[in-house]
Design a protein around this ligand. Sequence first.
Ligand code: CA
Length: 224
Amino acid sequence: MRILIVEDDAILADGVTRALRQAGYAIDQVDSGTAADQALSDSVHDLVILDLGLPELDGFEVLRRLRGRDSRVPVLILTARDAVEDRVTGLDLGADDYLTKPFDLPELEARIRALIRRGQCGTGTTLVVGALQYDTVGRRVLIGGQPVDLSARELGVLETLLLRAGRVVSKEQIVEQLCDWGEEVGINAIEVYVHRVRKKLEPSGISIRTVRGLGYLLDKPHAA
Ligand code: CA
Protein backbone atom coordinates (compact mmCIF):
# COMPACT_ATOMS: atom_id res chain seq x y z
CA MET A 1 0.00 0.00 0.00
CA ARG A 2 1.78 3.09 -1.24
CA ILE A 3 0.72 6.65 -0.43
CA LEU A 4 1.85 9.96 -1.92
CA ILE A 5 1.91 12.93 0.44
CA VAL A 6 1.76 16.31 -1.33
CA GLU A 7 2.60 18.94 1.27
CA ASP A 8 4.92 21.96 1.30
CA ASP A 9 5.00 22.26 5.09
CA ALA A 10 8.03 20.05 5.79
CA ILE A 11 7.33 19.57 9.49
CA LEU A 12 3.76 18.48 8.88
CA ALA A 13 4.78 16.24 5.97
CA ASP A 14 7.49 14.55 8.03
CA GLY A 15 5.13 13.99 10.96
CA VAL A 16 2.46 12.40 8.77
CA THR A 17 5.08 10.34 6.93
CA ARG A 18 6.51 8.98 10.16
CA ALA A 19 3.08 8.03 11.54
CA LEU A 20 1.95 6.35 8.33
CA ARG A 21 5.20 4.42 7.89
CA GLN A 22 4.74 3.15 11.42
CA ALA A 23 1.27 2.01 10.40
CA GLY A 24 2.92 -0.05 7.64
CA TYR A 25 2.38 2.09 4.54
CA ALA A 26 5.06 2.92 1.99
CA ILE A 27 5.20 6.71 1.74
CA ASP A 28 6.51 9.11 -0.89
CA GLN A 29 6.62 12.83 -0.27
CA VAL A 30 6.61 15.81 -2.66
CA ASP A 31 6.45 19.51 -1.79
CA SER A 32 5.18 21.21 -4.94
CA GLY A 33 2.29 20.91 -7.36
CA THR A 34 4.58 20.23 -10.31
CA ALA A 35 6.38 17.42 -8.49
CA ALA A 36 3.00 15.95 -7.50
CA ASP A 37 1.75 16.10 -11.09
CA GLN A 38 4.89 14.32 -12.25
CA ALA A 39 4.81 11.67 -9.49
CA LEU A 40 1.15 10.93 -10.17
CA SER A 41 1.65 10.36 -13.88
CA ASP A 42 3.44 7.11 -12.94
CA SER A 43 0.27 5.69 -11.31
CA VAL A 44 2.09 3.70 -8.63
CA HIS A 45 0.22 5.15 -5.66
CA ASP A 46 -2.84 3.68 -3.97
CA LEU A 47 -3.84 6.93 -2.31
CA VAL A 48 -2.93 10.62 -2.38
CA ILE A 49 -2.97 13.09 0.52
CA LEU A 50 -3.17 16.48 -1.17
CA ASP A 51 -2.60 19.95 0.25
CA LEU A 52 -4.26 22.82 -1.64
CA GLY A 53 -1.89 25.75 -1.08
CA LEU A 54 1.21 24.55 -2.96
CA PRO A 55 4.03 26.21 -4.89
CA GLU A 56 3.80 26.20 -8.71
CA LEU A 57 0.50 24.36 -9.24
CA ASP A 58 -2.13 24.48 -6.52
CA GLY A 59 -3.82 21.32 -5.25
CA PHE A 60 -6.99 21.88 -7.30
CA GLU A 61 -4.96 21.98 -10.52
CA VAL A 62 -3.05 18.82 -9.54
CA LEU A 63 -6.40 17.10 -8.93
CA ARG A 64 -7.90 18.43 -12.19
CA ARG A 65 -4.96 17.05 -14.18
CA LEU A 66 -5.03 13.73 -12.31
CA ARG A 67 -8.73 13.13 -13.04
CA GLY A 68 -8.17 14.43 -16.57
CA ARG A 69 -5.86 11.42 -17.07
CA ASP A 70 -8.75 9.18 -15.94
CA SER A 71 -6.94 8.15 -12.78
CA ARG A 72 -9.26 6.83 -10.08
CA VAL A 73 -6.68 6.82 -7.30
CA PRO A 74 -8.38 7.94 -4.04
CA VAL A 75 -7.53 11.54 -3.09
CA LEU A 76 -7.87 12.99 0.39
CA ILE A 77 -7.52 16.77 0.49
CA LEU A 78 -5.77 17.93 3.66
CA THR A 79 -5.82 21.70 3.93
CA ALA A 80 -6.19 24.69 6.21
CA ARG A 81 -8.89 26.06 3.86
CA ASP A 82 -12.18 25.36 5.57
CA ALA A 83 -14.54 27.42 3.40
CA VAL A 84 -17.57 25.56 2.06
CA GLU A 85 -16.75 26.62 -1.52
CA ASP A 86 -13.28 25.04 -1.28
CA ARG A 87 -14.77 21.76 -0.03
CA VAL A 88 -17.34 21.82 -2.82
CA THR A 89 -14.70 22.59 -5.46
CA GLY A 90 -12.42 19.84 -4.17
CA LEU A 91 -15.12 17.19 -4.08
CA ASP A 92 -16.50 18.27 -7.47
CA LEU A 93 -13.03 17.99 -8.98
CA GLY A 94 -12.95 14.37 -7.87
CA ALA A 95 -11.51 14.32 -4.36
CA ASP A 96 -12.83 11.44 -2.26
CA ASP A 97 -12.47 13.07 1.13
CA TYR A 98 -11.64 16.47 2.64
CA LEU A 99 -10.03 17.03 6.03
CA THR A 100 -9.09 20.43 7.45
CA LYS A 101 -6.01 21.38 9.45
CA PRO A 102 -5.46 21.20 12.33
CA PHE A 103 -6.40 17.52 12.42
CA ASP A 104 -5.74 14.52 14.64
CA LEU A 105 -3.53 11.75 13.25
CA PRO A 106 -5.90 8.94 14.35
CA GLU A 107 -8.68 10.57 12.32
CA LEU A 108 -6.45 10.91 9.25
CA GLU A 109 -5.46 7.26 9.58
CA ALA A 110 -9.09 6.16 9.96
CA ARG A 111 -10.08 8.12 6.85
CA ILE A 112 -7.22 6.54 4.92
CA ARG A 113 -8.37 3.06 5.96
CA ALA A 114 -11.92 3.92 4.91
CA LEU A 115 -10.77 5.10 1.47
CA ILE A 116 -8.64 2.00 0.96
CA ARG A 117 -11.55 -0.22 2.01
CA ARG A 118 -13.89 1.45 -0.45
CA GLY A 119 -11.50 0.67 -3.25
CA GLN A 120 -11.65 -3.04 -2.47
CA CYS A 121 -14.35 -5.60 -3.17
CA GLY A 122 -17.42 -5.15 -0.99
CA THR A 123 -17.55 -2.86 1.99
CA GLY A 124 -16.42 -5.37 4.61
CA THR A 125 -13.13 -5.00 6.35
CA THR A 126 -12.17 -8.66 5.98
CA LEU A 127 -11.10 -10.44 2.84
CA VAL A 128 -11.60 -14.18 2.86
CA VAL A 129 -9.96 -16.79 0.65
CA GLY A 130 -10.81 -20.28 1.82
CA ALA A 131 -9.38 -20.71 5.31
CA LEU A 132 -7.45 -17.44 5.10
CA GLN A 133 -8.84 -14.22 6.49
CA TYR A 134 -7.21 -10.84 6.05
CA ASP A 135 -8.29 -8.02 8.30
CA THR A 136 -7.62 -4.91 6.20
CA VAL A 137 -7.95 -2.57 9.16
CA GLY A 138 -5.66 -4.32 11.65
CA ARG A 139 -3.59 -5.75 8.74
CA ARG A 140 -3.68 -9.21 10.32
CA VAL A 141 -3.69 -12.54 8.56
CA LEU A 142 -5.50 -15.50 10.10
CA ILE A 143 -5.56 -19.11 8.95
CA GLY A 144 -8.36 -21.15 10.49
CA GLY A 145 -8.75 -18.35 13.04
CA GLN A 146 -5.08 -18.49 14.07
CA PRO A 147 -2.84 -15.47 13.46
CA VAL A 148 -0.03 -16.01 10.96
CA ASP A 149 3.33 -14.50 11.81
CA LEU A 150 4.52 -12.50 8.80
CA SER A 151 7.34 -9.97 8.50
CA ALA A 152 6.42 -6.48 7.27
CA ARG A 153 7.74 -7.34 3.78
CA GLU A 154 5.96 -10.68 3.66
CA LEU A 155 2.73 -8.99 4.71
CA GLY A 156 3.27 -6.38 2.00
CA VAL A 157 3.66 -9.09 -0.65
CA LEU A 158 0.59 -11.01 0.52
CA GLU A 159 -1.50 -7.83 0.80
CA THR A 160 -0.53 -6.80 -2.73
CA LEU A 161 -1.64 -10.19 -4.07
CA LEU A 162 -4.84 -10.30 -2.00
CA LEU A 163 -5.95 -6.83 -3.06
CA ARG A 164 -5.44 -7.87 -6.70
CA ALA A 165 -6.72 -11.40 -6.28
CA GLY A 166 -7.81 -13.03 -9.51
CA ARG A 167 -5.37 -10.87 -11.49
CA VAL A 168 -1.79 -11.59 -12.38
CA VAL A 169 0.58 -9.31 -10.46
CA SER A 170 4.08 -8.72 -11.82
CA LYS A 171 7.17 -8.67 -9.65
CA GLU A 172 7.64 -5.03 -10.64
CA GLN A 173 4.17 -4.19 -9.28
CA ILE A 174 5.04 -5.90 -6.00
CA VAL A 175 8.30 -3.95 -5.79
CA GLU A 176 6.34 -0.71 -6.34
CA GLN A 177 3.97 -1.60 -3.52
CA LEU A 178 6.73 -2.49 -1.08
CA CYS A 179 9.11 0.38 -1.55
CA ASP A 180 8.93 4.07 -1.38
CA TRP A 181 11.58 6.32 -2.87
CA GLY A 182 13.82 6.00 0.16
CA GLU A 183 14.57 2.31 -0.28
CA GLU A 184 15.03 -0.38 -2.84
CA VAL A 185 14.06 -4.01 -3.03
CA GLY A 186 15.41 -6.12 -5.86
CA ILE A 187 13.27 -8.32 -8.08
CA ASN A 188 15.10 -11.39 -6.74
CA ALA A 189 14.10 -10.49 -3.20
CA ILE A 190 10.44 -10.69 -4.28
CA GLU A 191 10.95 -14.36 -5.19
CA VAL A 192 12.32 -14.97 -1.71
CA TYR A 193 9.36 -13.23 -0.04
CA VAL A 194 6.83 -15.08 -2.20
CA HIS A 195 8.55 -18.37 -1.33
CA ARG A 196 8.29 -17.60 2.40
CA VAL A 197 4.66 -16.46 2.15
CA ARG A 198 3.79 -19.66 0.24
CA LYS A 199 5.28 -21.75 3.05
CA LYS A 200 3.31 -19.85 5.67
CA LEU A 201 0.09 -20.23 3.64
CA GLU A 202 0.56 -23.99 3.26
CA PRO A 203 -1.79 -24.91 6.16
CA SER A 204 -4.56 -22.88 4.48
CA GLY A 205 -4.38 -24.83 1.22
CA ILE A 206 -4.13 -21.52 -0.65
CA SER A 207 -1.51 -21.32 -3.33
CA ILE A 208 0.16 -18.43 -5.04
CA ARG A 209 0.57 -19.52 -8.63
CA THR A 210 3.57 -18.51 -10.69
CA VAL A 211 2.52 -17.34 -14.14
CA ARG A 212 5.62 -17.78 -16.21
CA GLY A 213 7.13 -14.56 -17.49
CA LEU A 214 4.26 -12.51 -16.03
CA GLY A 215 4.17 -12.78 -12.27
CA TYR A 216 1.97 -14.29 -9.57
CA LEU A 217 -1.71 -15.03 -9.16
CA LEU A 218 -3.85 -15.58 -6.09
CA ASP A 219 -7.46 -16.73 -6.56
CA LYS A 220 -10.13 -14.12 -6.08
CA PRO A 221 -11.49 -13.71 -2.57
CA HIS A 222 -15.05 -12.77 -1.64
CA ALA A 223 -15.85 -10.07 0.91
CA ALA A 224 -16.86 -11.38 4.35
CA1 CA B 1 0.53 24.44 1.88
